[in-house]
Design a binder for this molecule. Structure first.
Ligand SMILES: Nc1ncnc2c1ncn2[C@@H]1O[C@@H]2COP(=O)(O)O[C@H]2[C@H]1O
Length: 244
């Protein structure tokens, strides 16, 4: 790892970058300079991409599939931190600060990724302030997400975190505008196994099950296996904000 795969359905690295939010706004010239630092990596499910503490060689963007970032607790339990899917970027902080990845990464599904080599990328950024701004924007966005998550874990109950997560999933699986609620009856698919979703929400699997059932009994959601229908997005938002 990383290994080149030129048989991507995305064609060139440059055209694949258009599918990644972070890069979609870049000027064509900046994008092509950045593309020079990147290569396709195709990995089967369960491939270990890197281990926490290993040397940070670069960062990744997901084109297809899903990856899980996790850390080990002192008792050896894995805690899922996030699960980037198509269009998401991960491990970007390691490119700027620190020589080591702070978390481990494993492919959850067969995945197609773009890998950006740290050294090549730094050269491209040094030559192009637009690229520097794009990367700063990404770091700022990541920090906002982490602050929201910290707030949720420290101040909110599990049903509120779960409701927020379901609304986020709906937003990422559809194309809602920022801040807009999904339509009632929108269905989302839980793309993480229960144990992973539980640690992502800072809960035990039992508490997560109870929270799902509690939202279902309030007729806010309907559960069909991994498919969850959001019956009342406004009600879910009130739960997510801790209003009820
Ligand atoms: N990945 C998942 N995470 C959580 N719940 C899930 C998941 N997939 C399906 N479910 C459903 O949500 C239910 C929550 O309560 P149970 O654990 O009893 O049973 C669970 C399943 O019916």
């Amino acid at each position: 790892m990383p290994e080149n795969d030129t048989n991507s359905s995305f064609g060139s690295v440059e055209s694949a970058m258009a599918a990644v939010d972070l890069f979609s706004e870049l000027e064509p010239e900046a994008r092509s300079r950045m593309a020079a630092a990147a290569s396709f990596v195709r990995v089967p499910a369960r491939t270990q991409l890197f281990e926490a503490g290993s040397e940070a060689l670069g960062f990744y963007a997901v084109l297809e599939g899903r990856v899980r970032l996790y850390q080990m607790s002192p008792t050896g339990k894995e805690h899922t931190i996030h699960a980037p899917g198509p269009g998401d970027v991960f491990a970007e902080a390691a490119v700027f600060k620190g020589r080591n990845y702070p978390a481990s990464a494993q492919a959850l599904e067969d995945s197609l990724l773009l890998f950006f080599d740290r050294h090549k990328l730094r050269r491209a950024i040094a030559a192009d302030p637009d690229l520097a701004f794009a990367m700063l924007g990404l770091l700022a966005q990541r920090m906002r997400l982490l602050v929201n998550k910290l707030e949720a874990v420290t101040l909110k109950e599990v049903p509120a975190r779960l409701a927020g997560h379901l609304l986020l999933l709906a937003a990422s699986q559809q194309t809602e505008q920022d801040g807009e609620l999904p339509e009632p009856a929108t269905t989302v698919t839980l793309n993480l196994a229960k144990g992973h979703l539980a640690t992502l929400l800072g809960a035990t699997p039992e508490t997560l099950s109870r929270a799902l059932k509690s939202l279902a009994s309030q007729e806010l959601i309907e559960i069909k296996g991994r498919r969850i229908t959001l019956l009342d997005p406004e009600g879910l938002e009130e739960v997510a904000e801790g209003l009820v």
